[in-house]
Write a protein that binds this ligand. Structure first.
Ligand code: CU
Length: 541
């Protein structure tokens, strides 16, 4: 097996193991929601498990899968990745970082949830570990950008593949976004957790966190979109509706992903209302490329369905190969994302946000987006990628076929009830469901129980995914290692597309930097002008 394939599989292994641990944490939380008396139900256990679930799912499972997909894309582009030895070193560094953070969480030294808001304070190993993961991801970006340049050098008259374009955009977006969290870690959280300073400014920390936190969402979504555009049409038996439109979509995300972070801080004091509104406008603008995506992907699927003999208004939908888990995972992910996308517009609206802020609605929302649009697509992506890379057939294929539908069903129970309960006032991040016997809590009980059923179904689905992956990687029947094949697009000219305006990524990166300066210079300046008191750290457990 080639070295790069080994590197890709190593990343997938970390991803799958993190996913498995995170899913078992979620089961405990789901059972607590069902108003059952369970021995492990305590505040300490709950906040530890929510932290572990959030960090392992949202930061570890996603990042390692995204790196694996990036390496596979770059290898497909040039026959080899740029900086292969360096990439292995970065894998080791990321693994060390994960080990440090996970140790701190599982030994109850970091019950700060995955947003790690100060003044809640964690053990330094938690912050330093996560910082190492970010540094290692920068190394991955270096390998990806060098691969992109190599592809352009080899074929100066041809645009790079759409998947390579998407990967490179994602790296540039990530480099810009992680500046925020790196500043928060290096200048605030790490010195404070080491005891070098005794106070921290929570408002500044939250602002730097969300400078990073919203584009983080797109760091998850862009690889999912890459699969929707570059893999799904071919798997479904059709063609991509438009390659240039897809290229534009990815480039727009580079420009618009970062100047929107204040939509997570509408309720924070100390930030002028006008700037919050400005970030609302930018957020509405960023829904445009997602609407284009919905249109393009559905059009591509319709082409596939009609080529397979589907007729009529909706007959093409039935004609799609739902039995192929790569296709069904992505289709279910897309269906859930439609609901999640509309919910996101509500969260981002300055006035409507106050209705849903800090309620169960928010957790329900991001389980449709990162928890389905990204996570379920990544699972489908594993079913597609791992057999090709490992040279092993997909094992337990029947379970893989059931798994996406089970996830969909679980998410409908879990997330739809969460949205409703949130509108009825159920706060998020609270470990009991009886709220000290409050009368209001009675109204929520039916919904949280239904949501718990959803959690159990999701856990079952997660278990199937892990079983399929482990069985495939350890014991799948041998088959030849296959090259990745991207979907063709309609109207593709002979010899491929020529590079166009949306391919000039350094230009768009410069525009993105200017957008960030416009969106953040004044609010950050204002924060520094406020009288600053700071807060000592709190460790509740
Ligand atoms: Cu956001």
């Amino acid at each position: 097996m080639k070295g790069t394939n080994r590197l890709i599989l190593a990343n997938i292994w970390v991803s799958v193991v993190a996913f498995g641990i995170a899913a078992s944490m979620a089961l405990m939380q789901a059972i607590s929601r069902a108003n059952l008396e369970v021995p492990f139900q305590s505040a300490r256990m709950y906040y530890m498990s929510v932290t572990a679930h959030g960090v392992l799912m949202a930061l570890v499972f996603t990042t390692f899968f995204i790196m694996a997909l990036g390496y596979a894309t770059a290898q497909r582009e040039n026959g080899e990745i740029a900086l292969p030895r360096f990439a292995w070193m970065m894998f080791g560094l990321a693994l060390l970082g994960v080990a440090m953070a996970v140790w701190a969480i599982l030994s109850f030294k970091a019950t700060v949830l995955y947003t790690f808001y100060p003044p809640l304070q964690a053990h330094p190993a938690f912050y330093i570990g996560l910082t190492l993961v970010v540094v290692a991801s920068w190394g991955w970006c270096a390998s990806m950008i060098a691969s992109w340049r190599e592809s352009k050098r080899r074929n100066p008259d041809r645009a790079v593949s759409l998947a390579m374009h998407a990967t490179t955009v994602n790296c540039l977006l990530w480099l810009l976004a992680t500046m925020g969290v790196a500043a928060e870690m290096l200048f605030q959280l790490i010195p404070w957790s080491l005891g070098l300073v005794d106070r921290i400014d929570p408002l500044l920390a939250r602002t730097l966190f969300w400078f990073f936190g919203h584009p983080l969402v797109y760091f998850w979504i862009l690889p999912a979109y890459a699969i929707w555009y570059a893999v799904l049409p071919r798997e479904a038996g059709g063609k991509l509706f438009s390659d240039p439109l897809a290229r534009m979509v990815f480039t727009l995300f580079l420009v618009l992903s970062t100047p929107v972070g204040l939509h997570h801080q509408f309720q924070d004091p100390g930030i002028p209302a006008a700037w919050k509104l400005f970030h609302t406008f930018n957020t509405m603008a960023i829904s445009f490329p997602s609407l284009v995506t919905a249109f393009t992907v559905v059009a591509s699927l319709e082409i596939a369905g009609r080529l397979r003999g589907g007729t009529g208004l909706f007959g093409w939908l039935r004609a799609l190969p739902w039995g192929n888990p790569v296709v069904s995972a992505v289709l279910f992910a897309g269906l859930l994302f439609m609901v999640g996308g509309f919910g996101g517009s509500i969260n981002a609206a300055y006035s409507l946000n106050s209705v849903v802020h800090n309620t169960a609605w928010i957790a329900a929302h991001f389980h449709l987006t990162v928890g389905s649009a990204a996570a379920l697509t990544f699972m489908g992506g594993c079913y597609w990628l791992v057999p090709k890379i490992s040279g092993r057939e997909l094992e337990l294929a029947l379970l893989a076929r059931i798994q996406p539908a089970l996830w969909f069903l679980g998410m409908v129970f879990f997330s739809f009830t969460g949205h409703i309960a949130g509108l009825m006032g159920l706060p998020r991040r609270v470990f009991t469901t009886d709220f000290g016997g409050a009368a209001q809590a009675e109204m929520w009980k039916g919904l949280t129980s239904a949501s718990a059923i959803g959690g159990v179904l999701l856990f079952a689905s997660a278990g199937l995914f892990v079983m399929v992956m482990v069985a495939t990687m350890l014991a799948g029947k041998r088959q030849p290692i296959a090259p990745l094949e991207w979907a063709e697009s309609l109207g593709e000219p002979e010899g491929g597309y020529r590079p166009g305006i949306w391919d000039r990524l350094w230009l768009w990166f410069a525009v993105a930097v200017i957008m960030v300066i416009i969106a953040y210079a004044v609010p950050l300046y204002d924060i520094f002008q406020l009288e600053r008191f700071g807060s000592p750290g709190f460790k509740p457990f």
